[in-house]
Design a protein around this ligand. Structure first.
Ligand code: PHE
Length: 342
C-alpha cells in the first residue's frame, strides 16, 4: 500500500507538471479529486483500515492530497500566466484612440437652407416652391423681360430641345406662380436649384442654389426690405454684419438695388478678396416692378412689394471663407466633416 501510494504520488505530480493547458489541468483535477476521483476514493477507504494502517497510510494519503492540490494550483498559475506569452512582443498601446465609424450627416447646403427657412419663418414668412423646369413666360416674360429685351442675354439659359421649356435660371419665377395663386399679404421665401450655361470654375457652376424673397401688401416699402434683410443676414452670416444698398438694374424691380456686406475676411478693412474695398456683393433686390404685379394679376395701384434673390453657395462661401464652389458638389468627406454634425 505504501509503495502504491509512493508510485501514485510520483506519477500524479509528474502528470500535473506536464499538463499543457488549463483545460487539461481541470480534467486532471476532476479525475483525481472529483466525487469519484482516484484520491477521493482512497481517502474514503481510510475509514475501513486498521488503526495501525490508518496511522501510516491515512497520514500519507492526506499528505498526498495536500501536495496534489498544491501542485494543481501551482501548475494552473503557471499556465494562466503563460497563456498570453505569444503577445509579449506585440506591443499594444491602450491609449490609442479607436477607429470611429463615419456617421452620415446633412450636406452643408441642406443645413444652410434649413437655417434660411427657420430665419425667415421667425419673421412670419412661409416657404414656397416652384418647378425647376420652367416655361419662358414665368422665367422671363412675366418678369418684365420681353423676348427681344437685352436682359435675356444676362443669363445664359439651358433650353430643352424639342419642347418650349427651360431649366429655370433663377428662383424669381416662383414669385409669379405664388402671386398668381395667392392674395396679398404675401411673405414668402423660395429656396431651390437654378441652372445656367456656365463653365465650371471656382465661382461658377451650371447648377447652384438661390433663395428668393417676396413680400407684397398695400404699404410694403424699401424700409421693410432693408430691415428684414439686415436681421436675416446678420443671423445667417455674422451678428456684426453691415449692409450697403447700391442702386442697380434688374428688369423685374424698380428701383433695383444690390446689397453689399462687410467683408468677413478682413472685417471691412480691405483685403484681396474684397479687392481692398471692405465690401462683398451679396444679392440683388428691389421693389417689384408694376408690370410684374400686373402679369401676376395684382393691381399695382393697390399693391406694392419687395423682392430679393440670393445665391446660397455664395452666402455660405462668404460665411465660412470657402474659396471654391466645386467643394459643395464633390462630397469629399474631408470637406464635409468640417461642418457640424447637426
Ligand atoms: N433673379 C435675380 C438673379 O438671379 C436676383 C433678384 C431677385 C434681383 C429679385 C432682384 C430681385 O440674379
Amino acid at each position: 500500500m505504501k509503495n502504491h501510494l509512493e508510485q501514485l504520488r510520483t506519477q500524479t505530480l509528474e502528470t500535473i507538471a506536464k499538463a499543457k493547458t488549463v483545460q487539461e489541468l481541470e480534467a486532471l483535477e476532476a479525475q483525481l479529486l472529483g466525487k469519484k476521483g482516484e484520491l477521493t476514493t482512497l481517502l474514503k477507504g481510510i475509514k475501513d483500515l486498521t488503526v495501525e494502517e490508518k496511522q501510516v497510510v491515512g497520514k500519507m494519503t492526506n499528505e498526498l492530497k495536500k501536495d496534489v492540490e498544491a501542485a494543481l494550483l501551482c501548475r494552473s498559475e503557471e499556465l494562466r500566466s503563460s497563456q498570453y506569452d505569444h503577445l509579449k512582443d506585440q506591443f499594444f498601446d491602450t491609449s490609442l484612440p479607436g477607429t470611429r465609424p463615419h456617421p452620415g450627416r446633412l450636406h452643408p447646403l441642406t443645413k444652410f437652407i434649413r437655417e434660411i427657412e427657420d430665419t425667415f419663418m421667425a419673421l412670419n414668412f412661409t416657404v414656397a416652391e416652384g418647378p425647376e423646369i420652367e416655361d419662358d413666360y414665368h422665367n422671363f416674360s412675366a418678369l418684365n423681360i420681353p423676348e427681344d429685351h437685352p436682359a435675356r442675354d444676362m443669363q445664359d439659359t439651358l433650353w430643352a430641345k424639342h419642347i418650349p421649356y427651360l431649366l429655370r435660371t433663377h428662383t424669381s419665377p416662383v414669385q409669379i406662380r405664388y402671386m398668381e395663386s395667392h392674395e396679398p399679404p404675401i411673405r414668402i421665401i423660395c429656396p431651390g436649384r437654378v441652372f445656367r450655361k456656365d463653365d465650371v470654375d471656382a465661382t461658377h457652376s451650371p447648377m447652384f442654389h438661390q433663395f428668393e424673397g417676396l413680400m407684397v401688401d398695400k404699404t410694403t416699402n424699401l424700409t421693410h426690405l432693408k430691415g428684414i434683410l439686415t436681421i436675416a443676414l446678420r443671423r445667417l452670416i455674422h451678428p456684426d454684419l453691415e449692409l450697403r444698398f447700391r442702386s442697380s438694374f434688374f428688369p423685374f424691380v424698380e428701383p433695383g438695388l444690390e446689397v453689399d456686406v462687410t467683408c468677413v475676411l478682413c472685417a471691412g478693412k480691405g483685403c484681396s478678396v474684397c479687392k481692398q474695398s471692405g465690401w462683398l456683393e451679396m444679392l440683388g433686390c428691389g421693389m417689384v416692378h408694376p408690370n410684374v404685379l400686373k402679369s401676376a394679376g395684382l393691381d399695382p395701384n393697390v399693391y406694392q412689394g419687395f423682392a430679393f434673390g440670393a445665391g446660397i453657395e455664395r452666402l455660405l462661401m462668404i460665411k465660412h471663407k470657402i474659396n471654391d464652389i466645386r467643394l459643395f458638389y464633390e462630397n469629399d468627406p474631408r470637406f464635409l466633416e468640417q461642418f457640424p454634425l447637426v
